[in-house]
Design a protein around this ligand. Sequence first.
Ligand code: ZN
Length: 411
Amino acid sequence: METNLYPIQRDIENLARFTATPGQGVTRFSFTPEDRGAREYIKKAMAEAGLSVREDAAGTVIGRRQGKVEGPVVMLGSHFDSVRHGGAFDGTAGVVVAIEIARVLEEHGVSTVYPVEIIAMVEEEGGRFGAGLFGSRAMAGLVTYGQMELRDDSGISLAEAMREFGFNPSEIGTARRKPEELKAFFELHIEQGPILEKEGVSLGLVEAIVGMRNYQVAITGRPDHAGTTPMDMRADALVAASEVVQQVRKIALDVGGGAVGTVGKMEVLPGAANIVPGEVRFTVDLRSHMESALDELHSRLHSAVEQACAREGVTYTLEQVSDAKPAHLSVVLREVLEKEARARGISTMTMISRAGHDTQIMATLTDAALIFVPSKDGRSHCPEEWTDYADLKQGADVLLGAVLAVAEAER
Ligand SMILES: [Zn+2]
């Protein structure tokens, strides 16, 4: 049994038309007319594949195929929103492949012991509201009131946009799935990096998704005249901040294991050429797939800020604003996928995902697996984003094999 290339290509090309920026990539934010168009297309394709279709309270589209028993469910899918001026494959590829798998199961009259659900998640990118991983968070019962109140550029909150679109935000709790309802979660996604292409390998089987800690630092010195204040009498907040920027790079390199650290946003106050900087506010983003490495990055960041500020005679506040734990994906499911790939002569390698995915949230509920397909030149989140359809079909075939095995198809 195998999937077909043509419907995968057709659905990706058709879904790329639901964009707010035609000719300039895919811009499909949640709860917009473009979301509506793509959503109706997905619901129709799911229904034609014999699935019974519903939407949960978060707005995620779910197509269900009955099993011999009521549950637990084998879920597969990805997200169908995009970033601004993104590509046609990020998220959409995983949704389209999952629908094609349902189609193949239907055409071959396959019956499985466990039910299969095809998932098209909403608001994964957080492009409109900054409420990333929203669909999966709702399934895990992790949506907070603060997230519902996040606002887009025109001041509309996520809750308001949902209500306007026909969903009831106060029912968000009903989207929650219990761990015992789920048997496995599979997501196929483009790699968004250059490794598979460079190594000449067809599929990446992800072992872990990096954890991420974000910090907000404010350093307070003393604003003084840039001409009349001698160098040894200054308390320059930017000099201290610059040292922290250098240290963030050094700390990540020292900790190693692929750990990364970034200062991506900085504000200098009062921000004049002729005034010694009195205050600097900046962000720090630290990532690793190991919790112990995140702990070390965390404590070394604290001492770096403390030492830099002491040297310059300035004060500081350092606040951690988010903490996403590294997700370790299922070894058992990875072995199932490896076996299916080997049987088809498709090459695989294990990988770490350095970007966030719905799979990391679903891994808190059930055994979860993430399959990467190659990205041309490693490009993503841009109109040039591309994956060869033949590569997508290979990923789809391996995923089909794994679904047949885990949902226990009668062969
Ligand atoms: Zn994505």
